[in-house]
Design a protein around this ligand. Structure first.
Ligand code: SF4
Length: 62
């Protein structure tokens, strides 16, 4: 996403089955490759992960 990914908007590279269309591709943003998921951010199911992501987006909103 040339202007960056706005909070609350899914990445355009996210496929319908929630995979990264650029995984393994050198065009994948470096920040994505550096991210190391942890159990606290993923939770035990998707809704927990989305809550964590929403809280992070709120905490870093300008
Ligand atoms: S890993 Fe990065 S490029 Fe891939 S879907 Fe997630 S945010 Fe988009």
């Amino acid at each position: 996403m040339p202007q960056g990914k706005p909070a609350g908007v899914a990445c355009v590279q996210l496929t319908a089955d929630y995979r990264c269309a650029l995984f393994g591709d050198p065009r994948r943003p470096a920040v994505c490759g550096r991210l190391r998921p942890e159990p606290a951010m993923c939770g035990s199911h998707r809704e927990q992960a989305l809550r964590w992501l929403g809280a992070l987006e709120q905490a870093t909103a300008s």
